[in-house]
Design a protein around this ligand. Sequence first.
Ligand SMILES: [Zn+2]
Length: 277
Amino acid sequence: MIITSCTGFLYRIESVDFGDVMMDCYEIYALKYAGPFTSSGAFLMWLKDWEKVEERNYYIWCIKGARHTVVVDTGVSPDVAAEKNLAGYVSPADVLSRIGVKAQEVKHVVLTHIHWDHASGVTLFPGATVYVQEEEYDFWLKDPISQRPALRHLSHPPANAHLASLAKTSRLALLRGDQEILPGVECLLARGHTIALQAVAVKTAAGTAILGSDCAHFFRNYREDWPSALIFDLRAWMKSYEKLRARVSSPDLLFPGHDPLMSRNYPAVADGVTRLV
Ligand SMILES: [Zn+2]
């Protein structure tokens, strides 16, 4: 039998132990579930580009391997989308179905952080274990500071209540720092945009790719070493950027959270879905 490895080499093997041989190598898809939205460029590039108008999309991501499927972020559930009157909204569950993934059956969901556009669709994944940094979880669910006006609107209290209901069940995995959650899928603490955002490093045929989520909103943030306006801790962001850059196999495999280029510059595999790697 001949199989293709993660690096593209062909192997001829006598007997097949798929547990070892499938190489835990993944493809990564970006799934647009809302947008485009427009804002001043200063929202996306810290304190500059005030006069520019920039578009951004809302995404979730799907990491697909031979043995495991991982959904990164949940997007927004239909009721939250209606409440926020989200333009261009399609349920993340419907977008996932276009690449053959049933939200009801997904077993692994990584929440990069607990802002509403990334976490308030968690109810769409009733069978999944949710992986989130413990510090992020504790901040949004337990720290009164998170309920001050400037922060409260960034999260979604009913979704947080749902996350609270998962406490002490097998459906919640609270991570402390970097942790491999499945072979070839590692969560990386990347503070800055929030108190404990986590990126996801993924083994792919092109090397290690990283879904940085809102560690950067646009590719430009990484390229120009310039954060977006939504930064909880700027010094931490600088360090996180260094960390992700050191871990990724090449700069073009470091993906942002909201850049429309993820929809435009990669092969489309279904409506609203592109293959990043
Ligand atoms: Zn976001």
